[in-house]
Each structure stands twice: as C-alpha cells, then as structure tokens.
Design a protein around this ligand. Structure first.
Ligand code: GLU
Length: 446
C-alpha cells in the first residue's frame, strides 16, 4: 500500500455537518486529489445513542453541494460489526484486551501499556509524545455489541488501506490509544495530520452565537458553493501571505500539508461575504440568473411569489449584481419587475423637504413627459427627467425619489433609468397613475 494515497472522510452522523467537519473533508479531499489518490467516505455510526436520523443525507448533500466527490463508499460501520468482533477476539486471544462486566453487561477493554511513552510524528505538528501512565485501559467493544470509535476507526483505517488520516485537532488525544491498537494488532499505522481548530473572530470556540455553523445554512443564506469552498480552504491553509482567490483546480494543484498551519484558524464572516460578492460579480448574467432561479426554487423568497421569467431576469441581474453579497440579497431589490402588485404607503411618495402639492406636480409632469418619449431608453429617460427637474425647480434626487417609490414601491432599488427601460413605458405610466390616485387618497389635512 506504501505509496498509494488513500484518504478517508469519516464523519459520525450525529447532526448536521458543520463548517469544521466540512473543512476536514475538504482538506482530506484536496490532499487526495493532489496526489491522484482515492477518496473514501466512511460513516462512523457505531454510537447508536448519538446517531441522528437524516444526518447521513445531510453529510452527502453538503459534500455534493461543494463538489467534494468520493471514489469509495459510503461505508457504514454499523454494517461491519462482525468484522470488528472478530478483530476484538484476536486482541483478546493475544492478551491485548480483556472481557469485563459493565453495569449494562459484558464489554471488552484494551490493555494499555502501564508505563513508557508513545512518540508519534504528526505531519502538521511534528513529533508528539504521550505518557502511557496517563491513559487508562479503554473500552473497545461495548455491551450493545458495537465497537467504540477507537477500535472501529483503527480497524477500518487499516483494512481500507488508508495512507493518511486527516482529522481535526480534537482527535489528537485519541492518537496514543490508536497507536497502541496498531501495535497490538501488529499493523503499520498510517500517517496522521491533525488540522488546527477553527475559532471565531473573538478567538472563542466557533458556536451558534457567532452565526450559522451548519454548512447547509450557508447554502440557504445564498453563498455560492465555490466561494464557500475557497473560503474553507483558507481556514488553516495558505499559499503565501497574499493569495486568496483560488479555483478548485488551483487548490488541487497547490494543496500540501506543509502549508497547513499549527495555529488556530480564524473564521471571518466579512471575508466570506467579500469573497462571495466577488464570485457573484464574476458571473455572466445568464449564469447568475440561473443560479438565482435554482436558489429561489429551493428557498422561495417571500418577496417574489410568482415564477420569475428567465429572460427578464437575465436583463435585470446586471442592475443588481454589483450590490449582492449573497444570492439572498437579490429578491428584496427586484420584486416590482415581476408584479405590479407591490405596495407602499402614499406618504412614502412625498420626499424630504417636499409637500403633497409638489409631489403631485412631479408625478403629473413626469407622466406627461414620459408619455411623449418614443425611445424608452435609459439614456433618454435620464436626460428628459433631469431637464424636467430643473424646469420645475426640484432636485433631481427628489424627483427620482418620488418616481422610485411610484414604480418600485421601494426606497432603495436598482438604478432607476435602467429599471424603467426594462419595465417599459406602459407599465411606468400606469404606476404613475396609481401613485397619483394614492396621493389623492391622503386626507387633505396631512
Ligand atoms: N467520526 C469522527 C468524527 O466524526 C472521525 C474522527 C477521525 O477522523 O478519526 O469526527
């Protein structure tokens, strides 16, 4: 097996995979692909009490979303019980393990060496030493007939020919137990690499109070899989001090354990937003439109309750693309393109330092001017409305503010002239008519 790279991702299905789990999967996968090896997915479901229904599906969905593929598996440890039992029997026969009575019934413990120490080379941390006297005998087979993590993990890593074990730093204390198991079996251990922890910006343990931790929540919030993958790749790995944007191909080419850091990685949500915005801006209109449609299909936005027309959306996205940090930022900016049924309060038409009469004037004269425009193009609209504002002695911002609310129902909307061009003359005129009627409905004493 020596030079063949075989690396596994071995999640326990105890809940929704979080950022840390998937960062482990990503690093393990990048190293495998970098070495043209085989990537193996193994579900470690031997702790029946902690197994959560649906968690395996979430793990698979998370990996697929990011494009992390595997060559073998998923293997389920719960389907390999006979194998663990026979390996445990071997240890008992050798005197390396013994039966004992637990409160719940018969179980098996591993006989730890009582003195001396274990030295192991970790590919990231260098040499680590553990004092045997500090480690008690530990259970390898529980009374329910299921192996513990330690046993199942070692047996599988050996039988599956795993060349490097890549896992989170929290598993480092398990390492001496695993090494002793390898020795008792008389097996060559794989190489080990324990990845640095991920901390929040305040350097405390990353938790719910810092925002989403489950990977698929990021999908729901409108992050692009590639942005997230790029972002995760930098949680503990770097090429140099400056490069931040990488394609998957780059990462596969460049990823090595030498460049994985020992010190904690800091999860910076602002950087993720920046990166996501960057990748959104890189997309072609049709690509972004299709991505939005897929996203909305999965997570229907409350603002848009009709099926948006794809061709229309392709024309709209360039107007908002610059402003999007996430896909979810789009829907609130553009519902008026898909429905005339948007709502607003009549008083919102009245801009700061304006009164009802001036607002009514703006709407009426704008309507007259716009009616006479033949080429309903943004440049033409721009020049006509600017001249009009001067003629009636209002600020262009005030005039456009009123028209913005009238034609979109929003105070902040995509660029107004371009939006008007897309909406077309008839629609704009009917929006203005509606605004005039709304204004007339305000009681006069306001
Ligand atoms: N099942 C363990 C987990 O959920 C895997 C630890 C390992 O990779 O050895 O993290």
């Amino acid at each position: 097996m020596a030079n063949i790279t075989r690396i596994r991702f071995a999640p326990s299905p105890t809940g929704e995979p979080h950022i840390g789990n998937i960062r482990t999967a990503l690093f393990a996968w990048l190293l495998t692909r970098h070495n043209n090896g085989k990537f193996i997915l193994r579900i470690e479901d031997t702790d029946q009490a902690r197994t959560v229904p649906g968690a395996v599906e979430k793990i698979i969905e998370s990996l697929k979303w990011l494009g992390i593929d595997w060559d073998e598996g998923p293997y389920h440890q719960s389907e390999r019980l006979e194998l663990y039992r026979s390996q445990v029997q071997l240890l008992i026969d050798k005197g390396a393990a013994y039966n004992f009575e637990d409160e719940r019934g018969a179980a098996v413990k591993f006989n730890m060496p009582k003195d001396g120490s274990i030295k192991v080379k970790d590919s990231i941390r260098g040499e680590v030493t553990f004092d045997n006297s500090l480690i008690d005998d530990f259970i390898i087979m529980k009374s329910d007939g299921f192996p513990t993590y330690h046993l199942a993990s070692v047996v599988d890593d050996h039988l599956m020919g795993i060349s490097q074990v890549i896992r989170a730093e929290e598993w480092l204390p398990s390492l001496p137990r695993h090494i002793c198991l390898y020795r008792a079996f008389d097996w060559e251990p794989p190489e080990f690499a324990h990845l640095p922890v991920i901390l929040a910006s305040d350097r405390s343990k990353l938790s719910k109070r810092h925002g989403a931790t489950a990977l698929l929540e990021y999908q729901e919030m409108g992050y692009l899989p590639h942005a997230l993958l790029n972002f995760l790749s930098l949680l503990g790995w770097s090429l140099d001090d400056k490069s931040e944007l990488f394609t998957v191909e780059d990462l596969v080419k460049l990823f090595t354990l030498e460049r994985v850091s020992k010190s904690a990685a800091i999860f910076n949500p602002d950087k993720l937003d920046w990166m996501n915005g960057h990748y959104i801006r890189q997309m072609r209109p049709a690509e972004l439109a299709d991505t939005l449609l897929d996203h909305w299909h999965k997570y229907p936005p409350p603002e848009i309750n009709v099926q948006p027309d794809r061709e229309l959306l392709i024309r709209i996205v360039p107007l908002v693309q610059e402003r999007l940090k996430t896909l979810s930022d789009a829907a609130p900016l553009i519902p008026f393109f898909f429905t005339t049924d948007f709502n607003y309060e009549a008083t919102e038409l009245v801009q700061k330092k304006m009164d009802m009469e001036q607002t009514r004037l703006i709407l009426n004269v704008s309507k007259n001017k716009l009616q006479n425009i033949d080429e309903f193009k943004s440049t033409e609209l721009d020049s006509v409305l600017r001249t009009l504002a001067e003629d009636i002695d209002v600020k262009i911002g005030q005039l456009l503010g009123t028209l913005r609310v009238a034609t979109s129902g929003l105070k902040v909307s995509p660029p107004i002239f371009e939006s008007m061009e897309i909406l077309g003359k008839d629609r704009i005129l009917s929006d203005i008519d509606r605004a005039i009627k709304k204004l007339d409905s305000i009681p006069k004493n306001i």
